[in-house]
Design a protein around this ligand. Structure first.
Ligand code: ZN
Length: 262
């Protein structure tokens, strides 16, 4: 039997059988891991009501035999992001982040990789918890999430020849979703389908990497750049994530500012 003590964020939870829950956790030790929480629905005492989304936990996980589902034995609350529950847009964005991670976070990556991703997820929740979401929050969050899981699109260079894009390639450039980046004017094939957007939008996204997560609220994106970045990253994420996420529909209903609920 192997026992693991580590921190964890809950990415997803579903009922199992009469009284159990199957949880997907993100930990700095293992990356994404599925565990069974025996009796989690029957006895509140066992996990103390700690198995809620957005809770940062200290857990004990046991695996009795290789290739079997690991068991959650203990879950203590380390921190909770209460601000996420008091604001619909923050809540929706945080659910979206967790759902994307539940699809894209690697299982059993290297320790360094898992630690980096866990730090990202905890910092991103902390940022959302304290932020006043604007229409730019979602694309900036999507971009950083792609970066954190190793799927960041290329923004500054032509994906075919590697040349740095410049004024001669703009003002509009073609971004090839399947290739993961833009093409310069020389490498563009007439009539080829691509996502057309302003060079400035790619530049703005690229610059956002210089900011720490908690500083992202300082970035001002114009309306057009926000719209383009949003559509580009949504398509790019969909390409990697697969079918539509539940939280995505929720976000769409809220509208970009979370005020247009209908
Ligand atoms: Zn090129």
């Amino acid at each position: 039997m192997t026992t693991l003590h580590t921190q964890a964020l809950l990415l997803r939870a579903s009922d199992f059988g009469e009284s159990d829950r199957i949880l997907q956790l993100l930990t700095p030790a293992t990356g994404r891991i599925s565990v069974i929480a025996k009796g989690a629905r029957r006895s509140v005492k066992r996990f103390g009501g700690n198995l809620d989304l957005f809770n940062q936990l200290r857990v004990q996980i046991e695996r009795r035999r290789p290739q079997t589902l690991a068991r959650l034995e203990l879950a203590r609350l380390v921190g909770a992001f209460h601000g996420l529950r008091t604001h619909p847009q923050r809540f929706a964005l945080a659910c979206y982040l967790l759902e994307v991670l539940s699809r894209l976070a690697p299982e059993g990556g290297s320790r360094a990789e898992s630690e980096r991703l866990f730090r990202f997820a905890a910092s991103a929740l902390a940022w959302l918890d304290a932020s006043e979401p604007t229409p730019a929050t979602r694309p900036l969050l999507e971009f950083r999430t792609l970066d954190a899981v190793g799927l960041r699109p290329e923004l500054g260079r032509c994906v075919r020849c590697g040349a740095r894009l410049g004024q001669g390639d703009g003002p509009r450039v073609a971004f090839l979703i399947g290739d993961g980046g833009p093409r310069c004017a020389r490498c563009r094939t007439p009539g080829e389908a691509g996502f057309s957007l302003q060079l400035g939008t790619l530049r703005a996204l690229e610059t956002s990497l210089d900011f720490e997560l908690r500083q992202l609220d300082r970035i001002v994106l114009g309306q057009r750049a926000t719209d383009e970045a949003q559509r580009l990253l949504q398509r790019f994420l969909r390409f990697h994530v697969g079918p539509e996420l539940r939280s995505e529909r929720f976000l769409a209903r809220l509208g970009p500012r979370g005020s247009a609920a209908s």
